[in-house]
Design a binder for this molecule. Structure first.
Ligand SMILES: [Zn+2]
Length: 315
């Protein structure tokens, strides 16, 4: 071998040595996971891999507050069977006209009884500003209403609503004014109402068949959280959605096309601070309707809950 041959041989050995070291290094890094297919852009298919950790929330996530639904089982204990103490405890007033309550507030106010003046004087054709307690007495209706209401309560609570009941037994008969205190947290009427809707659950009588909501069509000039037009629109939407569920999901037929305009001066309409639905579910003095009320109460309660839920789904 000459000098040149030696130089070439040494060069080749050195070159092979460098290659060998490089292969060993890559192999070692691959074993440790430092080098992966992604390092060379092979096989991943991902164009972007975030390695940022999801930032930890600074506070526990706040759940949306539950919607509050007041359920009002219409009527209650027969007034003739109530003692004076019971009437007083249930919010009825004793005046020179006997026991009863005022139909509305003074115009533009809330919680100031008109006492026959300071209001527009609007009243049903057969009555005045005063509503005698005996006008609310109703045979078997209180029991029917409470049963439907209790089923509605169970379904609403299952759906995640907070429910307040204006009465929970048939041995009480709160005035309508007292029932409306359920719109307020702990009944504190000096605060803003915190309930979202008020649902009156009744059954009709006097000749007819089927279910309808009683529509708001009168003059409602109480102070409130809604402008009068919005109060009427929201209330009638709520009533129609509930009645739609009742007549499509139970055997109860429609009465009067589902909307009844017969009592625009109802006390609840004139005094409520929040949207209100008033359901007349069947005629309890009609045997076919009574049969449905007695056998499909749970389905009626569920339909009421679904109708309320339909209303909030539109908000
Ligand atoms: Zn009045």
């Amino acid at each position: 071998m000459n000098k040149n041959s030696n130089k070439i041989l040494i060069g080749v050995i050195a070159f092979l040595g460098v290659i060998l070291v490089a292969v060993i290094v890559v192999f070692a890094l691959t074993l440790k996971g430092v080098i992966t297919k992604e390092t060379f852009g092979i096989g991943s298919g991902k164009t972007e891999v975030s390695t940022e950790a999801t930032p930890a929330p600074t506070a526990a996530p706040t759940e949306a507050p539950k919607k509050i639904v007041v359920l009002d089982a219409g009527h209650g204990k027969e007034s003739g069977a109530m003692t004076d103490a019971e009437k007083e405890a249930d919010g009825w007033l004793r005046t020179s006209r006997g026991w009863g309550e005022w139909r509305h507030w003074k115009s533009g106010t809330m919680w100031q009884d008109c006492e026959g003046s300071g209001c527009t004087g609007r009243a049903p054709s057969n009555g005045g500003c005063w509503y005698p307690i005996g006008n609310g007495d109703r045979d078997i209706e209180p029991e029917i209403n409470l049963r439907n209401t209790e089923f509605a309560r169970a379904y609403l609570e299952q759906m995640g609503y907070e429910v307040r009941m204006t009465r929970t037994s048939n041995d009480e008969n709160p005035s309508m004014t007292k029932r409306l205190k359920a719109c307020y947290k702990d009944g504190d009427i000096t605060a803003e109402p915190d309930a979202d809707v008020f649902v009156c659950i009744h059954s009709n009588a006097g000749g007819g068949r089927g279910s309808a909501y009683m529509a708001l069509t009168g003059l409602y000039d109480q102070a409130g959280v809604f402008a009068p037009e919005e109060y009427v629109t929201e209330s009638n939407l709520l009533g129609s959605l509930i009645n739609n569920r009742i007549t499509t999901e139970t055997s109860m037929p429609l009465f009067a096309g589902g909307r009844y305009d017969g009592l625009p001066e109802a006390i609840f309409f004139c005094k409520s601070p929040i949207p209100i639905a008033y359901l007349e579910i069947g005629f309890f003095d009609n045997s076919a309707d009574l049969e449905i009320l007695n056998t499909e109460s749970e389905a009626i309660g569920r339909a009421i809950a679904e109708g309320v839920n339909d209303y909030f789904a539109q908000k």
